[in-house]
Design a protein around this ligand. Structure first.
Ligand SMILES: Cc1cc2nc3c(=O)[nH]c(=O)nc-3n(C[C@H](O)[C@H](O)[C@H](O)COP(=O)(O)O)c2cc1C
Length: 220
């Protein structure tokens, strides 16, 4: 797959087939992701790959917490208020997604069901959790972002889909307890990974982008 074509055709996948992903394929994707640049080549990423029975058990734990509406204790803060322009993009994203799914604005129950699908990993057979040592600075979060995009593209090039999920960082203690990791390993992101289900309605939604001149100032 041509690189530009791969970048343009990648999108978040929110409906997966149960077909398992071969360990060899996962290893190759992770190795490609590790080719990402990082601050003085520190390569700060730490990854837990969870599949099979352990995936199912962890999904149950997270689903129960989210169903009980336990508040998020994500270790990455969100702004108290997004700047207006960004807030309007987020609400447009949500509105368009609900329209595609034919979910009404005031249908709180359907919206909640959609939210909870995050904790079923959208049916993906495999989920990756990305950790960063607590001693590190935002520079390393930057590196983690680069790693994540390379991973998503490497997966896409192999016919696999990904969904990067902040929602999977909402209960970091539960994830660490389950994986036997110390609290010094901060949970940065969860990534559902698997073969996309083309029949899944959620996969029919495609996000939009602003134009280059909306975010670039040219100095000539
Ligand atoms: C850091 C980050 C966190 C995200 N968290 C979630 C999430 O919790 N659930 C979800 O369905 N999508 C999540 N997404 C996916 C975004 O909604 C998606 O990338 C965006 O709408 C653009 O769509 P695209 O990925 O299809 O191009 C997240 C993306 C990023 C980069």
């Amino acid at each position: 797959m041509d690189l530009s074509e791969g970048i343009e055709s990648r999108r978040s996948v929110r409906g997966f087939k149960s077909t398992p992903v071969a360990e060899e394929t996962l290893r190759r994707i992770l190795q490609l992701a590790s080719c990402s640049p990082s601050y003085t080549n520190t390569q700060p990423w730490e990854v837990a790959v969870v599949s099979g029975e352990r995936r199912d058990a962890l999904s149950r734990i997270l689903f129960d917490l989210a169903s009980a509406s336990v508040p998020s204790s994500s270790e990455i803060p969100v702004p108290a208020q997004w700047p207006a322009e960004l807030a309007s993009r987020a609400s447009e994203h949500n509105a368009r997604r609900f329209r595609v799914l034919e979910v009404e604005r005031d249908d709180a129950s359907s919206r909640n069901e959609l939210r909870l699908l995050n904790y079923r990993f959208f049916g993906a057979p495999c989920v990756l959790f990305l950790f960063l040592d607590s001693s590190l600075s935002p520079w390393s979060i930057f590196d983690m972002g680069l790693f994540t995009q390379t991973l998503a593209l490497a997966a896409h090039a192999r016919g696999l889909g990904t969904c990067l999920q902040a929602s999977l960082t909402h209960y970091p203690d539960a994830v660490r307890d389950f994986l036997g990791l110390p609290s010094s390993k901060k949970l940065m992101l969860g990534i559902s990974l698997g073969y996309p289900d083309p029949q899944a309605k959620l996969n029919s939604y495609q996000s939009s982008r602003t134009k280059v001149d909306d975010f670039v100032k040219w100095y000539r």
